[in-house]
Structures are given as C-alpha cells and as structure tokens.
Design a protein around this ligand. Structure first.
Ligand code: HEM
Length: 327
C-alpha cells in the first residue's frame, strides 16, 4: 500500500499529518522535478542580466551555434563542458584556455592535460564571430564558454540553469598552471579532491560533476574517462581504437555513472572507492536513486564552478578574438 494513502486512511481523526506529508512531498517534488534553473546570489561583478541591453540576442546565438555543432557531432556536447571545466580549474573562468601560444607565452592550450585532447575551439570561435557582428567588443570569451557549456548539457538532456554573466578575459595563460592545476588521471582521489577544494569547490561538487556527460564510446563520466586514460596508456600507443568501458554509454546526460558504480560496473578499483569513502558513498547512492537530485545538484555545482576566479570590472579585457589578446 502506498505510504501516503496509508497515512490518510489510518488517521481519520487527524488530517494534519497527511496534509503535512503531502506538503513536504510536494515541496520535495517541486524542487527536484524542475531542476532547470539555479538562481543564487552571483559573485560581485556578475549579473544574470548583464548583456540584456548590450547584446540581447547573445543567448540565441550561443544556443544556435552549439545546437548546430552538436547536431553535427554529438560528442561536442561533452567537449564543450570539458573545455569550460579546464578553463575554470586553472586560475579561474577567464578563457585563458583559449589563448594560442605566442613567442613570449606558452599557454594552456598545448599543456600536457590539454594537448590533442580538449576540443571545441572552433565552436567557441564561430559563436564569437557571430557575437562580434552584432555586439562588437562587448561579450567576453569566458562568458561564451560558460553559456556554451550550459547549452551543451541542456541539449544532451541535462538541466538548464541561469548563468551569471560579466566575466572578462585573461590577457595571459600559463602552461605550468595548467599542468599543476588540472587533475591528472593517475592522481589518487585524495589529491583530486584537494585540487577542487583549494579552489572553493567541495567534495559534493567533485562527485556530482564527476557524473558528467556520458558519450559514445568509452568516455563516460570523468572517473571512467580517467580509467580510460590509464587503460589507453597500457595499450599499444598506435592503436587508437578504444574498447567501450561501459555498455550503457550514450550521448546523453544521465545518472548512469552512479548506478554503474552501485552495480559494481566501475571499471577500475578507484571508481568503487567513491562508494567506500564515507564522504562520498551517500552521494553516489542518492544520485543513483534520484536522477532529479543529481540534475539539480549538477546545475548548482556548474554555477559554482563557473564563478571560480572570475575577472570583472576593469580587470582583464573583452577579447575580440578568443585565441589572442587585443593589441
Ligand atoms: C576530477 C578530475 C578529473 C579528471 C582526472 C579528468 C580526466 C579526464 C580524462 C583523462 C578525460 C579523457 C580525455 C580524452 O579522451 O582525451 C576526460 C574527459 C572528460 N571530462 Fe574529465 N576529468 C576530471 C574532471 C572533470 C569534470 C569536473 C568535468 C565536468 C565538469 C569533466 C568533464 C569531462 C568530459 C565531459 C569529458 C569528455 C570530453 C570529450 O569527449 O571531449 N571532467 N576527463
């Protein structure tokens, strides 16, 4: 018998308890059934309506370009999300990852964790080109990255959230910073946690962001992707054909990463460590059982990640081209 029905029928003298239960259930359902918007106080200098007057069609231009790119290559959704992550985790979300190397600067783009691995530069460039036509020197590449990641996740069936805007672009990038700050696949979980927490993210953010897009082929969520990298490194380097690590892989955003862990489908030992670690096992269970909770928390963590170390006000610049600083 359904529990709420039981409560109603068994306590005919009092309707308070069942009403309260229904109220709580409704409130819970409301929160978790509509995980589409995360509105929180943005950090100083960012604003949800930042470009409403100066570039009112911005979100449409980003949306269209991401849609076209993902239609052409479904993996691009995952790639755009990762590009944003690799930007934010290295000295903040300032589009430094997009800067090409120059004679005087070795940037992040070709740093070991990124070289021949991060993708989606051409999508960001094409959004930027459109945006420059309609709103020249107005919208930062860092904001475009953040919006593109949101569109990508949403297109893949994930949540939609409001992105606070007003980031400005870095005028420099550092290969060393990328090497030092991007978590490496071979690092122990504890080190990976540290790299996030030192930036102001917490373990919950790590776990929830780890259940990120699953995609065709082997890269299913970052921990599985991590294991993939380890497996690949053990394979013949000339063999670029990767065996799928997870039979449930697809291009969509879902909570299967967590369900997989519970079913012991974590490919390598350290996947299952998330289940054994007291700080994370409850979250793995919850995200596996409640996809809406996962979706909601994922959106909240993305907003948090997107706010890391932003440049605002007079800091940095609005680059005209995302690959190079303005002269
Ligand atoms: C926490 C430590 C992390 C490690 C060690 C890690 C490592 C990796 C590795 C090795 C790959 C495969 C790269 C390749 O195939 O060239 C990958 C892919 C990916 N990662 Fe991470 N990652 C981490 C965190 C994250 C986070 C927090 C996110 C999301 C916010 C994320 C999103 C992705 C996505 C979406 C892909 C697939 C990208 C594509 O196919 O283009 N990762 N990651």
């Amino acid at each position: 018998m359904n529990r709420s029905y039981f409560l109603m029928s068994s306590s005919s003298g009092s309707t308070i308890l069942p009403s309260l239960c229904l109220l709580i259930m409704f409130a819970f359902a409301h929160v978790h059934m509509y995980p589409s918007t995360v509105i929180s106080q943005p950090p100083q200098g960012l604003d949800y309506y930042y470009y409403d007057k100066s570039c009112p069609r911005l979100q449409m231009m980003v949306g269209f370009n991401v849609w076209a790119a993902v239609k052409n290559d479904t993996r691009m959704a995952a790639s755009l999300l990762r590009l944003h992550f690799h930007d934010c985790i290295v000295n903040g979300c300032d589009a430094s990852v997009l800067l090409d190397d120059t004679q005087n600067m070795k940037g992040e783009k070709n740093a070991l964790p990124n070289r021949n691995s991060i993708r989606g530069f051409e999508v960001i460039d094409s959004i930027k080109a459109d945006v420059e036509k309609f709103c020249p020197s107005t919208v930062s590449c860092a904001d475009i990255l953040s919006l593109a990641a949101r569109e990508a996740v949403s297109l893949a069936g994930g949540p939609f959230w409001q992105v606070p805007l007003g980031r400005r672009d870095a005028t420099t990038a550092s290969e060393k910073a990328a090497v030092d700050q991007i978590p490496a696949p071979i690092e122990p979980l504890q080190n990976i946690f540290k790299k996030f927490t030192s930036k102001g993210l917490d373990i919950k953010d790590v776990v929830v962001l780890s259940g990120t897009l699953r995609q065709t082929g082997p890269n299913t969520g970052f921990l599985l992707a991590t294991k993939l990298a380890i497996l690949v490194s053990k394979k013949d380097a000339s063999n670029s054909t990767l065996a799928p690590l997870d039979s449930t892989s697809n291009d969509e955003f879902d909570n299967m990463y967590f369900t997989g862990l519970l079913n012991n489908n974590g490919l390598l030992e350290s996947d299952q460590a998330l289940l054994r670690d007291q700080r994370t096992s409850g979250l793995v269970n919850s995200y596996s059982a409640y996809p809406f909770l996962f979706s909601n928390d994922f959106a909240a963590s993305m907003v948090k990640m997107g706010n890391l170390g932003v440049l605002t006000g007079q800091d940095g610049q609005i680059r005209k081209k995302c690959g190079s600083v303005n002269h």
